[in-house]
Design a protein around this ligand. Structure first.
Ligand code: TXA
Ligand code: MG
Length: 321
């Protein structure tokens, strides 16, 4: 049972904060922590009960598997098998905003719940140094979905985490704003044919260049996609207010989020910089998702290239809410 009266400690990102957070994780507690992409809701990935409490705290459907965060390659190789393709991508992009879906190693001590019944595990080594320090201090892999209640926006600041999970988790390490601001790119490298399961902080063009081949996207694929990455099909990243995309002006009562030439009430990026836009996306959606001030949120067109693909993916999901 989740103890919804639990007090959520806000820990500074210093030596004593990291020590306390690591000790909590080792005891099976839930600790939110910053990564370069978004805040993660961390739990010991080898402790089934701790992993179960992640699903419970988030109110996440149990069939949506979690990403397991590792401090280094030695840790990764204890839990999953890396194909040649996986090694190529890991060498090139880890640590960083890339998640590799790999076969679970036989006899792996990882919780079964972490992969929600799939024979694969999604793993990544975050670029955020303090996140890796935390994993190293905890001395175990850390399962961490984005630190928001299920179906809510991904958090890029400590206050976003507390707005949906205060009292439902044991602690949060406050590391300020996340630099990338978009979740990691997820690619399945467990099969002969690599498949992009989620566009994210690393543009798929970079993956294609590294592998020297084009990569099929799960959104273009059919039948087996639902089984492969259930998260793709779920309601996700939804603000409470209705969203209207490709808007050049605001209708009555709407907030307008600008981009490039569309100024808006505030802008993803006045100069049309997609990296800046990605890092500000969730922050602006959070800020304008305020029914006491607005009746809806309009968003300016964002080009469908580079990080714009992931930004538009998040916006379309939010629109469908
Ligand atoms: O940037 C990120 O990836 C953040 C930070 C905290 O690292 N984490 C994150 O986790 O966004 P989450 O749980 O919100 O999203 C995980 C995604 C989901 O779409 C899920 O379905 C997919 O990865 N996934 C996880 N394990 C999988 C597996 N074994 N096979 C296929 N898809 C998997
Ligand atoms: Mg999420």
């Amino acid at each position: 049972m989740i103890n919804s009266d639990r007090k959520t400690a806000r820990l500074a990102l210093d030596e004593s904060g990291l020590d306390r957070a690591a000790a909590l994780l080792r005891r099976g507690c839930l600790v939110a922590f910053p990564t370069e992409t978004v805040y993660g809701l961390g739990a010991d990935a080898t402790n089934e009960k701790a992993v179960a409490s992640v699903y419970e705290a988030k109110g996440r459907p149990t069939f949506n598997p979690l990403i397991v965060h590792m401090s280094d390659r030695a840790m990764v190789s204890r839990y999953v098998d890396l194909s040649d393709r996986a090694v190529t991508l890991a060498d090139r992009f880890w640590p960083g905003p890339l998640t590799l879906v790999c076969p679970r190693k036989a006899g792996s001590k990882l919780s079964e719940l972490v992969s929600a019944g799939l024979p694969t595990v999604a793993v990544r080594i975050p670029a955020h140094g303090a996140a890796r320090d935390l994993i190293r201090l905890a001395d175990r892999p850390i399962a961490a979905p984005s630190a928001n209640a299920s179906g809510r926006l991904s958090p890029t600041e400590a206050d976003h985490v507390l707005s949906s999970l205060d009292g439902r988790i044991d602690a949060i390490l406050d590391g300020g704003a996340c630099t990338v601001g978009l979740e990691s790119t997820v690619i399945d490298v467990s099969d002969t044919e690599p498949m992009l399961l989620r566009a994210g902080g690393l543009p798929s063009e970079a993956l294609e260049a590294a592998l020297g081949q084009s990569i099929r996207s799960a959104t273009e694929a059919t039948d087996d996609t639902a089984a492969k990455s259930p998260g793709m099909l779920l309601k996700h990243y939804a603000p409470g207010l209705p969203l209207r995309l490709n808007a050049k002006t605001a209708d009555a009562g709407e907030a307008l989020i600008g981009f490039g030439p569309v100024a808006g009430d505030d802008t993803l990026s006045a100069s049309g910089d997609l990296v800046e836009a990605a890092s500000r996306l969730f922050r602006l959606l959070h800020r304008f998702d305020d029914p006491s001030r607005f009746s809806g949120i309009a968003v300016a067109p964002v080009p469908e290239s580079g990080l714009g693909v992931a930004i538009n993916d998040r916006l379309h999901r939010a629109e469908r809410g």
